[in-house]
Design a protein around this ligand. Sequence first.
Ligand SMILES: [Zn+2]
Length: 243
Amino acid sequence: MSERHGRTDRLELDDQSLREWDAVVLDASPEGVVLDRSAFYPGGGGQPPDHGVLLWGGVQTRIVGVRKGDDPLLVPAEGDPVPPAGTAVRGAIEDERRTALMRTHSGLHLLSGVVFRDFGALVTGGNMEPLEARMDFNLPEVPEGFKDRVAAACAAEVAADRAIEVGTLPRDEAFATHPDLIRTATNLLPPDLEVVRIVDIVGLDTQADGGTHVASTALIGRMEVVKMESKGRGFRRLRVRIV
Ligand SMILES: [Zn+2]
């Protein structure tokens, strides 16, 4: 099953390992290119958009971002030629950046799962760059050795190599069968969303989510908890690095 976003088939939602594909340009302007099929993750849920290229007739258009609108709009590098509507192109995702973001994003799921399971704290915010991220929690009292205990638990979950599975459920069914699905302090899902994408670290954490993830926790790699900052009453920020 493939999912659409406006006129674009979102290939990355079905196959997070896809890096190259064929497509046709539906619309083009210096502001952006709309494809009939795209594996560029447009950004969202804290995960930044992909970078990559479109190749056509010996010409290369570098894609440096994606704007979310009615259709995902692939943003060309300034000055690069843009393929006109109707052009057949080969799309390619910059693998190093995407793979780093998949590892980082999956690492944040693991972190939020561990902190909820072991300390009962909910996520209040977060942000990520390739291989670096922060996540904010509501945790009124900081237990003794909190940072080191979180680091040890994350290392154990990476070593356990749990499967990370992605699926979709109709909205009503999703919330009926997973009442604590959105493990953030506020419900961030748009009310008109009919199908919920579910990301499950089997045995640890289930989240409603639209990003891209690696297939198991071992593929996250080593996660370092760099530091904990107290930003206000109950507001704790953990900074992590993936190495
Ligand atoms: Zn996710």
